[in-house]
Design a protein around this ligand. Sequence first.
Ligand code: CAA
Length: 390
Amino acid sequence: MDFELTADQREIQALARDFAEAEIIPNAADWDREHRFPEELFPKLAHLGLMGACVPEEYGGAGADFLSYILVLEELSRADAGVGVTVAVHTSATTLPILVFGTEDQKARFVPPLARGEQIGAFALTESGSGSDAGALRTRAEPDDHGWVISGSKQWITNGSVAGTFVLFARTDAATSGARGVSCFVLDPEHVRITREEEKLGLNSSTTSDLALEGAHVGRDRLLHEEGRGFRVAMATLDGGRIGIAAQALGIAQAAYDVAREYALQREQFGRRIADFQAIQWKLADMATEIDAARLLVYRAAWRKQQGLPHTTEGAKAKLFASEMARRQTAEAIQVLGGYGYTKEFPVERFYRDAKITEIYEGTSEIQRLVIARSILGRQIREEPAPVPR
Ligand code: CAA
């Protein structure tokens, strides 16, 4: 067992960290306050290869491994979690499923503009009535002579209003309910209309939109994977995506810890630095320990994915632990800073707001526990409510 990063992984980690320190950290508070998507940032990330870090070079990417990409997400999220989620959804949830499930033609056509950062990607699964129960989606793809006509709506789509490519799920078989009968499509912005921009608790530098599909005509070349097998595409995509969100949570927690540690070494009360008090030492010790534990879970899940090993459960564990840890420890960081932590003079209140979503999107903590429980207990566990005794 080797816990060291390779030289290449350390190099891309340093590249992302240097970029984040120079280009993101100085601006993150303004983007948050102004609720501004920093569109000027992404061409710069693309220039460094970070919009396609783990995409093979032949498809326009940097050709790094999946763990390297996870390190990039951690570093970007440490600076600004909104930038982190933009890159995470663009890469894990849009570019990678096309790479994994696309035909040669689809890969050659759709992946390079994404991997080179000429376009941003979005993943459109969720609808108003289908969040955790993703298989209940109602957007309909009706067959016609050339392909399908898609109608319906999507909700809370990260990157929706800035995307050049959408991976979108719709029901091709109206007779089937649930996960069966769902298919996956690769769409252009012309196929969708943005109906609303969401206001959020945090992640204010990322965009989250509602979309309408109003009889969008799409050809057969837009079907990703087999007809009726789209739900598997969604689930396999989320298996990897959840590792990215876990890395985002890890980056946010690390940022909060860094500020809390520095503050504790400076701030004096009762004639001593607060770091000299055991009450503060124990908080920092717990933070450091939990961040370390999350990092091990996240890197293990990423390593398993890049080895081609099953990683559904490991990704769910990493996301569950890292996200709940980030929520807990960003709150502790505010506590270390006291009144200052509650103000915008320090970034920890932003970290706290940004951390919360990591327990919700790409599967809530409850869904992660369900995935883990199924792997522990098998699918024979009774999932229907027990009949009420009469
Ligand atoms: N990989 C491949 N296939 C999988 C799979 C996996 N990990 N998990 C399930 N499947 C397949 C099953 O084998 C089954 O296939 P068959 O019908 O061919 O047998 C099919 O998918 C249905 O599986 P289930 O019976 O397990 O489906 P379910 O209805 O019980 O739902 C669930 C499972 C885990 C609850 C799923 O609905 C789920 O993950 N829900 C959460 C949705 C979610 O994470 N949404 C995130 C939105 S995107 C986002 O947040 C992006 C962003 O902005 C940051």
